[in-house]
Each structure stands twice: as C-alpha cells, then as structure tokens.
Write a protein that binds this ligand. Structure first.
Ligand SMILES: Cc1cc2nc3c(=O)[nH]c(=O)nc-3n(C[C@H](O)[C@H](O)[C@H](O)COP(=O)(O)O)c2cc1C
Length: 232
C-alpha cells in the first residue's frame, strides 16, 4: 500500500497527500469542513480527540468560527454520509476515529459482553424500535446501584428511575435529545428500589446502524455523584 494511503475500514481509504477519501474504489465528495475534520481525526487515528481541539483546528484552517454544536453536527453528518467510518463519541466530549480492523477483532467482540458485565460504570441499553424504548440490557453495576434485579428492569422504560420526581427540568432536555436522536449528558435525580435519592450524571448516546444509518439503540452510562452533590 502507498505510504500516503491509510486504511480506515474495509475498502475505505484516506489519501493523506490529496486529502481524499475513497470507499469501494469511489471518491467520496466531502465539504472543506468535513475534509479538514477527517484529516485531523486520521492524524489521531485510534486516539481520542476533544471537540475543543477539533473546533480550534477547523477555525484556524478555514478562518471560520466554529462552535461545539457545529462540530457535533459536522461529525454527525459525516457519520451519516460515510457510514463505514467508525467515529466514536466517547464520554466527556471526546471523539475517536477507530480503524475498523481494531474493533472487528473476533476475540474482542466476544469479550464485549464480559467487559460491560465487569465494568464499574452502571450501564444500560434500550431499544427505541420496540415498545416504549424499553431497557434490553442492564449491567451488574446498574443492578447494584439501583437495587433492582435484571428481570425487574428489562422491558421497562427508564422513567421508573425518577419515580414521582417529575418536575426536573433536565428531564425536558432528555426528552428533546431522545426526540432529536442526539447524545446528552445531564444530572438527574433518580431513586433506588428502596426509595433512596441518588444524583446521577447520565450520558445517553444514540447508536446507529452503520450501513442504514437507522437508530438501533440508546446507551446510558451513569455516574453516581450523590456525595459531591450533597457537599454543594
Ligand atoms: C439510555 C437512557 C437512559 C435514561 N436514563 C434515565 C434516568 O436515569 N432517569 C430518568 O428519569 N429518565 C431516564 N431516561 C429517560 C426516560 O426514558 C424518559 O424519557 C424520561 O424519564 C421522561 O419521561 P417521560 O417519557 O414519561 O416523559 C433515559 C432514557 C434513555 C434512552
């Protein structure tokens, strides 16, 4: 392979010299912003890049003001127009372009379930294409935090977590994000099975089918911030 060619996925190559992308041998038409964004992500392949660095880079190169929101939109349109690109939205405003081969490693895929099960971050997956966007998976850390059993949470929408605490403004933000299929990080007042209040920083990410672009799941990752909230 020529030195300037970087393989990003099967049949998907980035040409460093000409800053062009080919998928299945065909050139993909990209806007100037998309080209600069992709060039920056390729230079940091398999490494997380913060959105602030991306917008600084774009503002510098294109002499145009970018905001965090416009960076998010740019990434989202790039993802939709080139589904074979594996651009991950990582916790805390970081993005990472991951070379497809790394994630298609069979052993790693088999281990993914065990990774979630043993993770200390409470995590759930919901299915927005089924009845009421209900939970289809909850890991051990989630079960422990909320004191429910797996069977008690699966099949239910997450709204049971806020109990009667329905006046939270953050819930409107969550509803809007879900409606717009966007990711969000919010602070919510949730309640355990026994009724104890816990403050959670929750990050909800929509997960799309890479080929069709169709929304498939929502991933929810929880951080228990009760102790810090109580001190405030
Ligand atoms: C992945 C995911 C995680 C969620 N986590 C919570 C949560 O921790 N607490 C909560 O009240 N709602 C959570 N929601 C939002 C609820 O599903 C629901 O939309 C929200 O509570 C508003 O209730 P409503 O649909 O009755 O208006 C989550 C949604 C998703 C998709």
């Amino acid at each position: 392979m020529k030195d300037n060619l970087v393989q990003l996925a099967q049949h998907c190559y980035w040409d460093r010299e000409f800053e062009s992308l080919t998928v299945g041998g065909n050139y993909v038409k990209l806007t100037a912003s998309q080209t600069n964004l992709l060039a920056h992500l390729v230079e940091n392949l398999n490494r997380p890049v913060h959105s602030i660095d991306i917008f600084n880079e774009l503002t510098h190169l294109l002499c145009k003001e970018y905001s965090l929101k416009s960076v998010r939109n740019l990434i989202s349109t790039l993802r939709k127009s080139v589904p074979s690109l594996n651009i991950l939205n990582i916790y805390g405003g970081y993005y990472m372009l991951r070379k497809e081969n790394a994630s298609s490693n069979v052993e790693f895929k088999d281990d993914l379930y065990e990774i979630l099960e043993q993770s200390i971050s409470p995590t759930i997956i919901t299915n927005p294409n089924e009845d009421d966007n209900h939970i289809i998976y909850a890991n051990n850390a989630f079960i422990e935090l909320f004191e429910y059993t797996f069977e008690e949470v699966v099949g239910h929408n997450c709204r049971f977590l806020h109990s009667d605490d329905t006046e939270q403004l953050a819930l409107d933000e969550v509803r809007d994000a879900i409606h717009e299929k966007k990711s969000i990080t919010v602070n919510l007042h949730n309640y355990t099975h026994s009724g104890a209040l816990i403050y959670n920083e929750v990050t909800i990410s929509p997960i799309f089918d890479k080929k069709s672009g169709k929304l498939k799941y929502y991933l929810g990752i929880y951080k228990d911030v009760t102790t810090t909230q109580r001190l405030m």
